[in-house]
Design a binder for this molecule. Structure first.
Ligand SMILES: O=P(O)(O)OC[C@H]1O[C@H](O[C@H]2O[C@H](CO)[C@@H](O)[C@H](O)[C@H]2O)[C@H](O)[C@@H](O)[C@@H]1O
Ligand SMILES: O=c1ccn([C@@H]2O[C@H](COP(=O)(O)OP(=O)(O)O)[C@@H](O)[C@H]2O)c(=O)[nH]1
Length: 473
């Protein structure tokens, strides 16, 4: 079997020890467990100047090939273009995008550097699987270096309609460059259809199979491959974790209160502010629940150098303080707000203890927390999931979750009450439906179905040696 080269901005090195908050690392790690290969990406270190060749480290079946970034790379590529331009625009927040030409050139420079470094380790029949918005044009630079390998791309975050994509300055250089992959995968059909429409309005034509698009001489197949979790193994972890000292201490601290949980990186896309508004309205409208509920919000800090994230940090802390100050008393604090990262095992135990999970992003590619919460429940006494209509996970979990619009405070407050008071029989039925969906699409299916689509893609006869823009801006 040919080697698999996984490429992503972040590489989850086992030696790092610390748990990582972020679904991409969790999904790729699980996918690589079943196929030997190389995982290439950023080491997480900033070095001036970085080495021009990757450092290799083998652990079991996986070889990690990592490279450092320079201070300018970190600033322009990661904090700048990837996280202040692409992240907001792809999450439908054009209002938050801060575009500069220097950030765009830093982004292109790092993509070209990655292509150079990958070229040093690439063999002709390697299959390359690139992940996420940091590396959208990588295939273009690999093709320009003469590589005809199969190259696939998976976008972990949403892809908005063409009108929003057009707000991205020089979008053809970035979004249009995805046509240089053989297969492009998305979390949902909606994301896939948005990209198909983007290609069509820019002169692409669809082939009779309905999945392959010809775009000015390039051929690219599109598909939806919802990212998954290892459901059965996570359920086992949760059963074990629920017997730990950590969980019995937590249980003791709750007394008779019901536990509501939220777990999100501190990111504006997660809708934490709207959720706090809804929780406040719930307390305001339901005085019978005062003192009988505890909302635990675990929120590791994320991308803390970026102004929008600093502002978010300030806003959430202030709101939590206001709500606790207004509704709490000497023996009861409504919200426990924590900025630490917990291991997935510790989270599994907490999920199993919780009566309700609030997963209410304004937009989210998938949201693995929603899936992990469901997998962690005791089927005989499961908790209820309140899930945003705008999380990718809703396409698989809508039959069992209480689906809410995160922009409607009163609707979310009502859903919190309904979830807390849901009869056992209804909780069991809803949980069983969601478990069925999760068991049908396991992490192995995700990786296997994407790699199968890549294998089936038409081989490229000749490399593209010129880098040219596909269509007018
Ligand atoms: O690497 P960071 O900048 O610290 O950010 C963490 C990761 O966040 C994003 O995760 C996405 O992928 C998940 C798994 O497919 C998906 O469930 C979630 O909805 C997405 O937001 C980001 O896409 C990753 O690249 C980051 O590593
Ligand atoms: O303290 C934490 C918080 C989150 N996570 C994990 O980080 C991932 C978050 O993925 P998700 O898709 O929900 O969102 P993302 O952060 O990737 O946008 C999940 O697997 C969580 O279990 C974790 O291990 N520890």
């Amino acid at each position: 079997m040919s080697r698999l080269i996984v490429v992503s901005n972040r590489v989850a090195m086992p030696s790092r020890g610390k748990p990582q908050a972020g679904g991409l690392a969790v999904a790729v790690n699980a996918a690589l467990k079943h196929r030997s290969g190389i995982w290439f990406g950023w080491s997480g270190n900033v070095v001036d100047p970085p080495d021009s060749r990757p450092r290799l480290l083998t652990r079991g079946e996986i070889t990690y090939a990592v490279t450092d970034l320079s201070t300018a790379d970190l600033q322009e590529y990661y904090s700048g273009f990837a996280n202040r331009v692409l992240w907001p625009i792809l999450h439908y927040r054009v209002d938050l995008a801060e575009f500069t030409r220097s950030d765009l050139s830093g982004y292109i420079r790092v993509n070209e550097t990655f292509a150079n470094q990958i070229s040093t380790i690439l063999e002709p029949d390697d299959v390359i699987w690139v992940h996420d918005y940091h590396l959208m044009p990588l295939a273009r630079y690999l093709r320009a270096r003469g590589h005809t390998n199969k190259i696939g791309f998976f976008l972990h975050i949403p892809l908005p309609p063409p009108d929003i994509l057009r707000a991205l300055p020089h979008h053809a250089e970035i979004v249009g460059a995805m046509a240089d992959y053989d297969v492009v995968g998305f979390q949902t059909e909606n994301d896939r259809d948005n990209f198909a429409r983007y290609l069509m309005v820019n002169g692409g034509t669809v082939s009779p199979d309905g999945n392959t698009y010809d775009v000015h001489g390039r051929s690219v197949s599109l598909g939806a491959f919802p990212v998954a979790i290892d459901t059965a193994s996570y359920a086992k972890t949760a059963r074990r974790a629920s017997r730990s000292q950590f969980i019995s201490t937590m249980k003791g601290s709750l007394g008779q209160s019901q536990l509501i949980m939220g777990v999100d990186r501190l990111d504006y896309s997660k809708g934490i502010g709207n959720r706090l508004d809804a929780f406040e309205t719930f307390l305001e409208d339901n005085s019978d629940w005062l003192g009988r509920v505890s909302y635990l919000q675990i929120t590791p800090k994320s991308r803390s150098d970026i102004p929008e994230y600093i502002e978010m940090d300030r806003m959430v802390s202030t709101r939590v303080g206001q709500i606790n100050g207004t509704y709490g008393n000497v023996s009861w604090t409504p919200i426990r707000y924590i900025n630490q990262t917990y291991s997935r095992t510790a989270l599994a135990g907490l999920y199993r203890l919780a009566r309700v999970a609030l997963v209410t992003p304004l937009r989210d590619g998938m949201n693995l927390v929603a899936k992990e919460f469901v997998a962690a429940q005791d089927p005989e006494d499961p908790g209820a999931l309140v899930l945003s209509h705008f999380a990718g996970a809703v396409s698989e979990l809508r039959d069992g979750a209480l689906v809410v619009n995160p922009h409607e405070t009163e609707g979310m407050a009502a859903a919190i009450r309904r979830a807390l008071e849901m009869p056992l029989e209804e909780r069991k039925v809803r949980h069983a439906r969601m478990m069925r969906a999760l068991l049908a699409n396991n992490i192995d299916c995700w990786a296997k179905s994407f790699l199968k689509a890549l294998e089936d893609a038409r081989p490229r006869a000749t490399p593209v040696n010129n880098i040219r823009t596909l269509f007018a801006l």
